[in-house]
Design a protein around this ligand. Structure first.
Ligand code: HEM
Length: 88
């Protein structure tokens, strides 16, 4: 991702839906969680439930208190935007 933060549509998010190419969106921020997979204390299968889609609700159900913004700061890819915005 080259450290460039950009706008991401739901369509693009949905394309990164595998264990080796895993993106999720938490509170509007899109993270590439591929490198975090094997370190997640809740396991890979649980984390996979939020991959390619918005994981905010699942995340909050389990551990609202976890500081995802600081934990995954280096995994930030960009910000989600509504479909149909920016001509996409
Ligand atoms: C545990 C981080 C997403 C399910 C944890 C813990 C951390 C963490 C730090 C340990 C919490 C503690 O011991 O107090 C993250 C991050 C996520 C994420 C950074 C970013 C995407 C999810 C999602 C789910 C999930 C989407 C469920 C669908 C769980 C479960 C545990 C857990 C079940 C408890 C494991 C146990 O105590 O045995 N996660 N998590 N996590 N996580 Fe996540």
């Amino acid at each position: 991702t080259g450290g460039i933060i950009r706008k991401i549509t739901n369509d693009e998010l949905a394309r990164h839906n595998t264990e080796t190419d895993a993106w999720t969106c938490i509170r509007g921020k899109v993270y590439n969680i591929t490198p975090y997979m094997k370190f997640h204390p809740g396991g890979i299968d649980e984390l996979m439930r939020s991959v390619g889609c918005d994981g905010t609700d699942l995340f909050d159900e389990i551990h609202r208190w976890v500081n995802v913004e600081s934990m995954l700061a280096k995994c930030l890819v960009g910000y989600i935007i509504a479909d149909g915005v920016d001509g996409k």
